[in-house]
Design a protein around this ligand. Structure first.
Ligand code: F6P
Length: 323
């Protein structure tokens, strides 16, 4: 199928590497002689016709930048039928042969809604939470994990000097993938994630007691925001043990910064593959990874999939924190 013009948008929470994906979409489109429009502020931009023509100059030197040059939003208006109709008519008015949406589950649901009005869509997974069930990898996770690790390594220096306990809250919304990965990477004393039922005494108090028994004098507790707040956990530790923990909420720091090599390269591959999907006349697809391989899946199928934290991570964490 010959396509002449496409749009690209970023939606939901931003993630480092989104810009690399936008750049790749634009450069791939131009490579095939396809015009590309940037839709600003996610689906809001489609509703209000807030678009810009993109070319190689507009996207130069963004591969190394965090955030998204297209801005992003969680559009309430687009959740209404009226908003979706407006967005679809903007696509038709602009003569877009397809739209590439970069973001998480909510973004995919939006793309699916748009497709119901006859607009071809392809999605690229991007969220630091890595909670998109149909893909092992989502853009931004790697950078966010490295940022959190860097922060916790710094915290550890002062925790060690003062012989303190630190409770660090890591983002991830309802998912613990980021916290688990970060916890393993920093050698945490305990990691709390929403996917595993928490027994506070077994999972925190006993881990700290054991570490103390083994001669350690500082303790690093990593908690996924979906498993509770760092301040609640710290208060419970204070009640149970003779410790006065310090609380750190890493927050939005985790969403910023220069994207890692992995995020840049994967975003570049995914941007290319999304354009190829539209060129092949496909719609309602998500570019994803499965067993280290790039593939694509139907949006609905992808949204229905469920996955858990890998058993290997749970088993390794038990071994790393169990002595
Ligand atoms: O989905 C990405 C994410 O950063 C979550 O980890 C977090 O819970 C949420 O977005 C924060 O959203 P906001 O930027 O609207 O505060």
């Amino acid at each position: 199928m010959s396509i002449k013009r496409i749009g690209v948008l970023t939606s939901g929470g931003d993630a480092p590497g989104m810009n690399a994906a936008v750049r790749s979409v634009v450069r791939t489109a131009m490579y095939y002689g396809i015009e590309c429009y940037g839709i600003l502020r996610g689906y809001n931009g489609l509703i209000h016709g807030d678009v810009i023509r993109l070319d190689e100059k507009k996207i130069s030197h963004i591969i190394n930048r965090g955030g998204t040059v297209l801005y992003t939003a969680r559009s309430k208006e687009f959740m209404t039928e009226e908003g979706q109709k407006k967005a679809a008519s903007t696509c038709k008015f602009l003569g877009l042969d397809g739209v590439i949406a970069i973001g998480g589950d909510g973004t995919f649901r939006g793309a699916h809604a748009l497709s119901k009005y006859g607009i071809n869509v392809a999605c690229i997974p991007a969220t630091i939470d890595n909670d998109i069930n149909c893909t092992n990898y989502s853009i931004g996770f790697d950078t966010a994990a490295n940022t959190a690790i860097d922060c916790i390594d710094k915290l550890r220096d002062t925790m060690q000097s003062h012989e303190r306990c630190s409770v660090v809250e890591v983002m991830g919304r309802n998912a613990g993938y980021l916290a688990m990965y970060v916890g393993l990477a920093v050698g945490a004393t305990a990691v709390l994630v929403p996917e595993s039922p928490i027994d506070f005494n077994r999972d925190v108090v006993e881990k700290i007691r054991q570490a103390r028994f083994n001669g350690f004098t500082h303790y690093m507790i990593v908690v996924a925001e979906g498993a509770g707040t760092a301040s609640d956990i710290a208060a419970k530790i204070k009640d149970a043990l003779d410790l006065d923990p310090r609380v750190t909420v890493l927050g939005h720091i985790q969403r910023g910064g220069t994207p890692s090599a992995r995020d840049r390269v994967n975003a570049t591959k995914m941007g290319y593959l999304a354009v190829e999907l539209l060129r092949a006349g496909k719609t309602n697809r998500v570019v994803c990874t499965e067993g280290g391989r790039f593939t694509d899946i139907d949006i609905n199928e992808g949204l229905e999939m469920r996955r858990q934290i890998q058993k290997i991570e749970v088993d390794v964490l038990a071994a790393m924190t169990g002595i």
